[in-house]
Write a protein that binds this ligand. Sequence first.
Ligand code: KMH
Ligand code: ZN
Length: 275
Amino acid sequence: MTGTLITVAPTGAEHAKSDVPNLPVTLEELVAEAVACEAAGAAMIHVHIRGEDAAPTLDPQRLKDTVAALRSETNLVVQLSTGGAVTDPEAHRLRVLDAMPDSASCTMGTVNFGDDVFMNRWEFIVELHRRMRERRIVPEYEIFDLGQLATLRRLLDQHGPPAGGHVHVDLVMGVPGGMPGDASTLVAAAQAIPEGATFSATGVGRTTLPVMLASLSAGGHLRVGMEDTISFARGERVRDNAQLVARAAELASLAQRPPLSADEVRSMIRVAESN
Ligand code: KMH
Ligand code: ZN
């Protein structure tokens, strides 16, 4: 493992713009953050979009415009969230793939999500996997709990490898209801990912730093961003997403695993050239 994939998740579906005024919610804000994050060392962007009212949306045209704008202004690998918000219906989440991103998230099971439930039925997972293969969109398998890695194995055994053949996993740790964001859990998860797969990890809230350090030391990659944390240090709010990316890039470089370029990531996770 020579370098580190840094993914930025700049917005998410959970924070309200009224609570977090520097959250990027318009297309202009998102693109500006993406450009700054790319300059700071990010190679991939995990995208949730917002509507005119700054509330989460999966509007198909807006998703297409977002993919086009990010492709035109950056060289980042563009990953759309199919997780959306906990209230989004399955049909809308499946329709996200029509925007033809390079990559899309695909969560491996239902999980308690704070006071809510993030629903991911087996049949829904299979349908997402099938449609991504059809469209040659590279999945990032989102893992919120250890048992979801068994579901990933079941999926690959029963329905074959993803588009491109490479398996990339993202451990989303520290969600209230999911696996804790600590080193021993990360090591357990890293040992359970399929052979040959790569993984990144993100720690929600105050688990950001322990998860980042544990992932680097276990050979993993990093996801950071305001989707997952809005505090930079105790009592200090995040200034912008690039601040989180710059810190991740610095730690990765200190670990002798400097940030990978977007093109290196395309070849690592096998993004289709035509997408
Ligand atoms: N917003 C969460 C309910 C994903 O993007 O695929 C789901 C989520 C996972 O963020
Ligand atoms: Zn997300």
